[in-house]
Design a protein around this ligand. Structure first.
Ligand SMILES: [Zn+2]
Ligand SMILES: [Zn+2]
Length: 362
């Protein structure tokens, strides 16, 4: 990859509250209109249902499988064309341009639930609902949190990737394309203007509403409610109820425990649609080197000894007890995170990723 100019972020996105308001209000307006039409007896054609479902899955996977597991965490390797397609699909979700998204997300992992986390619901003295609202969408309106201070520190690899930088720079083009595709398909497949409008409404605005709030719910709900299966230094949780609506992103405690893993569902009933698609892409030869933690690594991080012994019964109980004692307890110490020295918090993304390389790959 050739070197690109890296002096400053090329797109100053999200510093503009008007853009963020548009991001929040326009899809909401679409949902209101869609519900009104449904209640008024204007039914969706089967084609519009198919367009809506396909656009939802493709763009949500663009964010969860692309922006998140590929660009933010490098949890697998994708062919250049697949990489570019995922960057475009993720951009269509109206979640912000790819490099901004990845830089912000790496910032979140580095300081998760500690001062400096852009969207933690566990900081500050406000009530729970206010903190959750802030973690959901409030942070997007804040200049302090919506832009990481040092982009080059968080995503230098992506700035140097010319193809990804080019897609990042054309962000609004992809957002527009995400609205044009369902509109055109709706019109052509139903051969009517009404079908085109319903394609725009459902495949465009309603789909964007569900994808954006699905991703934001991971920030707000999956750091507040749910179960913790692994010890982490934050308050991340697994929320099974949201697993399908977030295409697997709601296995967030699994993810924070093993951020470099391409697969976030570790049990048969952990519906991880993004993980399944990544495995499918691997079978098709489009991606490779899918990282996933070994049973031993999972057992050492398990929240209790019984779970650890279930995951890796071959490990001696004494060793598991030792690793459980060695690992810093999570939730009880997060409240005191402000006292943790900056050097301790500065676990770099690359170090986190290197640690995972010792685990299994496909
Ligand atoms: Zn998180
Ligand atoms: Zn992550």
């Amino acid at each position: 990859m050739a070197q690109a100019t890296t002096a400053a972020p090329p797109v100053d996105r999200n510093n503009d509250r008007l853009v963020t308001a548009l991001d929040v209000l326009l899809p909401l307006l679409g949902v209101g209109t869609a519900l009104y039409l449904l209640l008024a007896g204007h039914h969706l054609s089967i084609w519009n249902v198919i367009i809506f479902a396909s656009m939802w899955l493709a763009t949500f996977f663009g964010v969860e499988g692309g922006f998140h597991r590929l660009f933010s965490h490098q949890s697998y390797i994708a062919s250049p064309r697949t990489r570019q397609l995922l960057a475009i699909l993720g951009s269509m979700a109206f979640q912000g341009p790819v490099i901004w998204w990845a830089a912000t997300h790496r910032n979140h992992h580095k300081l998760s639930d500690r001062p400096g986390d852009p969207h933690s619901p566990n900081l500050g003295k406000q009530g729970l609902l206010r903190r959750m609202f802030y973690a959901h969408i409030g942070w997007l309106f804040s200049r302090r949190t919506a832009l990481p201070q040092e982009w080059m520190r968080y995503a230098p690899d992506l700035f140097r990737d010319r193809a990804i930088l080019a897609i990042h720079m054309r962000y609004w083009y992809w957002v527009g394309l995400g609205l044009v595709i369902p509109t055109v398909l709706g019109g052509l497949l139903t051969w009517s203007l009404y079908g085109a409008f319903m394609g725009f409404l459902w495949g465009g605005l309603v789909r964007i509403f569900l994808v954006t709030h699905g991703v934001w719910a991971i920030n707000s709900i999956c750091h507040t409610f749910g179960k913790r299966h692994f010890r982490t230094k934050d308050r991340s949780t697994n929320v099974a109820l949201l697993s399908i609506a977030t295409v697997g992103g709601a296995w967030h405690n699994n993810h924070h425990a093993f951020p470099g893993s391409a697969i976030c569902g570790f049990r048969l009933w952990h519906f991880d649609i993004s993980g399944w698609i990544i495995v499918l892409l691997h079978k098709l030869g489009l991606v490779s080197k899918i990282h996933r933690p070994s049973p031993q690594a999972m057992a050492r991080r398990a929240i209790n000894l019984r779970e650890a012994m279930r995951i890796a019964p071959q490990i001696a109980q004494s060793e598991l007890v030792k690793s459980q004692i060695e690992f810093e307890p999570a939730a009880s110490q997060v409240a005191d995170a402000g006292t943790i020295p900056a050097s301790t918090m500065a676990q770099t993304h690359s170090a986190e990723h290197s640690a995972l390389l010792s685990n299994d790959t496909l």
